[in-house]
Design a protein around this ligand. Structure first.
Ligand SMILES: NC(=O)C1=CN([C@@H]2O[C@H](COP(=O)(O)OP(=O)(O)OC[C@H]3O[C@@H](n4cnc5c(N)ncnc54)[C@H](O)[C@@H]3O)[C@@H](O)[C@H]2O)C=CC1
Ligand SMILES: O=C([O-])CC(=O)C(=O)O
Length: 352
């Protein structure tokens, strides 16, 4: 192959939107490499130029399970793509800018991670983001239903308690809904809980496992401190301090950032931890268990976050809550009340 042809192909691959070359010609050489010796998964990030999207893209580019990484946003996708694509790791990176390129970003994907949408400012609740983010999530999920209906979806955009029901309704309308494949990302609550509990216990956070159930906003975030591993006990004051700190973790960051957004770096870390678990499940690894907000029969609500077992088809098993103490039983009732309303709000947004 002529050197100038090789260069043209690499350039066209990175910026398909600028290419005059035929799609089949553009993609072949690098696709072959991506599917070659080290088999991997194709992952798209929607909202890849944002505060979460950029570090998430960087960490996904470092993940050896990823062979193709599509970065989609309505702004700045080419810049982020150029930057990330210089990292000397295995995944091939391609950028997609704006709605006309959404289909290209999604076609053939195994996993779609969605951190698109506006973040909170001090004084706002996650629900205050509903009016803008609901429409964004609907549009992106319509694209998924059309272009990669079998992909696993990791939904980060807030309010997660409503955006996951929105996504489910969009997929139902399109006839592509598979409850196992739609997962609301609550991993940051677990990451925070592990960190804060480890601080109190004087342990390394990597040794600590705190189940966090319910949803992803305020009192709907319910850490089960009676089920912490390694087994331990807390005073009443410690339980109250830890529960409140875990429930208000997002607000703590929003206030500290003072108008410059919400958690992005810890969220990107949590998103990659969760996406990696989904990919290990897709690969067929046994015993991959994480908390996520999924379609559920654990309570009377249609969606609920608990531990789930991740496998080749997504959340293959949804675990029960396990034994709760009195404090957690009361917390569960508060959580269910708010969560039920948020779920209904999401469903009504599509059904109206
Ligand atoms: N589930 C969780 O635990 C967490 C969720 N979040 C949520 O994640 C979302 C993103 O947060 P940040 O990255 O900090 O916000 P950001 O504003 O920095 O980035 C959002 C990105 O989404 C893009 N975007 C907007 N509309 C889009 C569309 N229609 N299609 C594709 N991309 C679009 C924007 O251009 C921007 O690049 C927020 O809703 C935030 O509340 C944040 C932290 C934790
Ligand atoms: O608090 C926010 O708005 C962002 C978020 O969901 C979190 O950090 O848990």
């Amino acid at each position: 192959m002529e050197a100038n042809q090789r260069i043209a192909r690499i350039s066209a691959h990175l910026h398909p939107q600028n290419s005059q070359m035929e799609e089949s010609c553009v993609l072949k050489p690098l696709e072959c490499r991506a599917k070659g010796g080290a088999p991997g998964f194709k992952v798209a990030i929607l909202g890849a130029a944002g505060g979460i999207g950029q570090p998430l893209a960087m960490l996904m580019k470092m993940n050896p399970l990823v062979s193709v990484l599509h970065l989609y946003d309505v702004v700045n996708a080419p810049g982020v793509t150029a930057d990330i694509s210089h990292m000397d790791t295995g995944a091939v990176v391609r950028g997609f800018l704006g709605q006309p390129q959404l289909e290209g970003a999604l076609t053939g994907m195994d996993l779609v991670v969605i951190p698109a949408g506006v973040p909170r400012k001090p004084g706002m609740t996650r629900d205050d983001l509903f009016n803008i983010n609901a429409g964004i999530v609907r549009t992106l999920c319509e694209g998924i239903a059309k272009c990669c209906p079998n992909a696993i979806v990791n939904l980060i955009s807030n309010p997660v308690n409503s955006t996951v029901p929105i996504a489910a309704e969009v997929f139902k309308k399109a006839g592509t809904y598979d409850p196992k494949r739609l997962l609301g990302v609550t991993m940051l609550d677990v990451v925070r809980a592990n960190t804060f509990v480890a601080e109190v216990l004087g342990l390394d956070p990597r040794e600590v496992d705190v189940p966090v159930v319910g949803g992803h906003a305020g009192v709907t975030i319910l850490p089960l401190l009676s089920q912490v591993k390694p087994p331990c006990s807390f005073t009443k004051e410690e339980v109250e301090y830890l529960t409140k700190r875990i429930q208000d973790g997002g607000t703590e960051v929003v206030q500290a950032k003072a108008g410059a957004g919400s958690a992005t770096l810890s969220m990107a870390y949590a998103a990659v931890k969760f996406a990696d678990a989904c990919l290990r499940g897709l690969r067929g690894d046994a015993g991959v268990i994480e908390c996520a907000f999924v379609a559920s029969e654990v309570t009377e609500l249609p969606f609920f976050a608990t531990k789930v077992r991740l496998g080749r088809s997504g959340a293959e098993e949804v675990y029960q809550l396990g034994p709760l103490n009195e404090y957690e039983r009361i917390g569960l009732e508060h959580a269910k009340k708010e969560l039920g309303e948020s779920i209904q709000k999401g469903i009504s947004f599509i059904k109206k």
